[in-house]
Design a protein around this ligand. Structure first.
Ligand code: ATP
Length: 358
């Protein structure tokens, strides 16, 4: 349905705003370069104020960058107004026309573009099928549930057949269950149409579930761009590791090598991690250990003390102290496993391959 798959490229984009409190200029987005491949679903993720929405709005044309160039396919688009950009935005607020029915809401953009009536009918019908609203054409949009309104908003964006769909936190007004359902729908529709999608959220599970690539932003700059797996298993720094999922950080100097492993001294005890060329003896490293990647055992090399042991159904939640470092664990399927209780002295166990070294 999309005319042609186009990617989006940002080259050294910056946006400067004036802080209303101090009156001083600051970079909401700073020297950001990104390459979003045609047909991929990419999510901008990060804490409030990191510059996600500003980046999206610059791509849409609602804000203009103070520095840098934005390309859609091979075309530089900085000078184009939003309606000339071949992009369409789905807003958090839906931005539907309240006194119009579903058909007219979806048809609106096509009427503006002066398509003939029969073409409009055919296109709207096809899109309403895609978003599963067939038969509801004459319903007024103020009589719809949040999820249905979001489908209309999505249909309205899709019907003009843009090359790129932009989503600004589209699901944040929906309840948790519907959010999960709608994100699956959005992904299905994006894949069916094969369109490039750029999606802003601050919900990390939404980002993980929906994206080919996630862009983690921190204070106006891109901290990391990668597949959900790359971001989760190979975060580039503590900020990214902590932002995506739960992360434990264990630190210590490298004190030796054993074959393909580096030996780190953590809280006075030796433990192995995968060795890489960039590691040097004597330097201190931080290990990122995910809660599900470790277990407790009666024997091992890293002694610990249990300070919390809590049955959560599908997992046993432990907090243990390894020396002065708190480590949070999730032992899956605890039914047939030994349960450690608060005060127990035991050992923290994990595969060297399951930790990531920063
Ligand atoms: P959120 O998840 O809260 O929407 P965000 O990551 O989308 O956050 P942006 O909305 O891009 O963040 O804002 C980035 C920074 O720029 C914030 O400090 C915000 O207060 C500021 N900002 C955004 N728009 C303006 C504006 N029009 N004038 C001045 N400052 C602005």
């Amino acid at each position: 349905m999309a005319k042609e798959k186009k990617g989006v490229r940002l080259e050294h984009i910056s946006k400067i705003y004036k802080d209303p409190k101090t009156g001083k200029d600051f970079y909401a987005v700073k020297d950001t370069s990104l390459n979003i491949e045609p047909g991929t679903f990419v999510t901008l993720l990060g804490p409030s104020g990191c510059g996600k929405t500003t980046t999206l709005r610059m791509i849409a044309g609602f804000e203009s960058p103070d520095e840098g160039e934005i390309y859609l396919g091979n075309e530089a688009i900085n000078e184009l107004t939003p309606n000339k950009r071949d992009t369409a935005m789905v807003f958090q607020s839906y931005a539907l026309l309240p006194h119009y029915n579903i058909f007219d809401n979806v048809a609106y953009g096509l009427k503006l573009r002066k398509f003939p009536k029969d073409v409009i009918k055919e296109k709207v019908t096809r899109i309403l099928e895609l978003v599963e609203l067939s038969g509801m054409e004459s319903r007024m949009t103020n009589q719809l549930s949040g999820g249905q309104q979001q489908r209309v908003a999505l249909a309205r964006a899709l019907v003009i057949e843009p090359s790129v769909l932009l989503f600004d936190e589209p699901l944040s007004n929906l309840d948790a269950k519907l959010r999960v359902q709608m994100r699956t729908e959005i992904r299905r529709i994006q894949q069916e149409v094969g369109i490039t999608a750029i999606y802003v959220t601050h919900d990390q599970s939404e980002a993980m579930a929906i994206s080919d690539k996630i862009i983690i932003m921190d204070k106006g700059v891109v901290a990391q761009m990668g597949t959900p797996q790359e971001i989760y298993y190979h975060p580039v720094n503590e900020f990214v590791a902590d932002f995506i999922g739960e992360a434990n950080f264990l630190r210590g100097p490298m004190v030796g090598r054993e074959g393909k492993y580096a030996v780190l001294e953590v809280e006075g005890n030796r433990t192995c991690v995968e060795y890489s060329d960039k590691m040097k003896e004597g330097e201190t490293y931080t290990m990122v250990l995910r809660p599900e990647a470790a277990t407790l055992a009666d024997e091992g090399s890293l002694p610990c003390r249990v300070v919390l042991s809590c049955f959560m159904g599908s997992y046993q939640n432990y907090h243990v102290m390894v020396g002065n470092t708190l480590v949070k664990l999730e032992e899956k399927n605890p039914k047939n496993k030994k349960i450690y209780n608060v005060g127990d002295e035991c050992f923290l166990k994990f595969e060297a391959e399951s930790v990531h070294v920063l």
